[in-house]
Design a protein around this ligand. Sequence first.
Ligand SMILES: [Zn+2]
Length: 375
Amino acid sequence: MASPPDSFIFLFLDGVGLAPTSAQNPLSAANATPYLTSLLGMPLIQGCDQQTPTLLCKPIDACLGVPGLPQSATGQTALYTGRNAPEFRGQHQTSFANGSLRQLIEEWGLFKRVLQLGGTATMANLYSPQYFEAIANRRVRYSVGTLLTLTAGLPFRMQYEYERGEAIFWDITGDFARYRGVAAEPITPQEAGKRLATLGGQYTVTLFESYLTDFAGHDQDPEKALRVLQLVDAFLESVITHLPSHTTLIVSSDHGNLEDLSTKKHTLNPVPLLVVGKAAPAFASVTDLTGITPTILSLVQQSQSGLEKWQSIFQTLLRSSLPPYRGTSSLGKKAKNSSKSRALSEIRRGFAKQLAGKKLFKRSLNSLTKTVPPE
Ligand SMILES: [Zn+2]
C-alpha cells in the first residue's frame, strides 16, 4: 500500500529571533523550553544548529537586504510567498497586509499555489465573527495569513470547527478567545498540539499562526516571557509527538523580538528555521524568509507528480485487468468441459473475482487520493 502524499505544517511564531545566551534572552533560561532543549541538545539560541535526516535547525535572515528593523507584514509576506516583500515595498512594513502587498499574496501565495498543484491547504486558526466585523468597520485590516486564505478562496475555521476539535486560537489554549466574543472552552497546549498535528496529516499544507511570542517581546516582562515559552514548548512537544509519518513540521518567524527583552522593538537577529520530519533535509539550503515557501512548493510538486504516476499505473492496471465482457455464448464455446453450465458458472465466479479485484483497485486508488475536503 502506497503511503499518503507528503504534507506540511507551517507553524508561525511571531517575533522569535536567535540570540546568544544572556539575562535578556528568555529563550536561554534552563526552564523555558525543556522539550526543545532536549530535542536540540541546547536551548533555541544562537548556535543551536542541527541537521539529521529528520531534524533541521538553522538561523535564517529576516532583514532581506532592506535597511531598518524587519516588520510583521513584509516578513510574513516573504514567508508565505517566497518573494522579497520588503524590497518590493521599499521598506519593512508593520502589522497588516495593506496596499500592494496584496498583489504579492494574490500572485505568489502559498495556499493558492498548493491548490494549483492539486494539493489541499488550510488555515488552522480559529476566527471570530467579531474579527470580520472589525475588518468591515475598518478598525483592523487583514493580516497576511488572512489574505493568504482569502485569496486562495479557502474557508475560515469558526466556532463550529473549534467545537469539533478542528481549530486552534492564536493564543494556543483559547483563553483569549472569550474576549474576542467566541464562546470557546480553553484547551490544554497538549490538546492544541494534537489538533494541529491531526489537521496537518489531512491537508497538503496547514498553517497555524501564534502571536503570543511577539506580544511577550513587546511587553518586556521576563515572567510573562517565561510563561509564554513554556506554553509554546508544551504545544510543540505535542505537535511533534502526534506528527503523522508523512507530515513535516516547519517552525519559523518573521523577525526577532522576544529573544531580546532589553528593547521593546524588533531586532536585527536572524530567526530560527526548525524542521521536524522526513522532508527536513530539503530545507537545509534555505537562508532567509523567502526560501521556505518555494521549498514546500517544490516538495508538494514532487509528491503530487509521484501521486499522478501511481494513479496512472492504477488506471492502466484497472483497464488491463478486466477484458471487455463478450457475453456467455462466446465464453461458453471456449469451455471444453462436457458440462457447459458448470464451465459457465466457473467463468462467472472468475469474473466475480475480477470485479472484486477491480473494487479493491478502486478502493486503493481512493485511499491514495483521499483528502479531507474543507468544511
Ligand atoms: Zn511579527
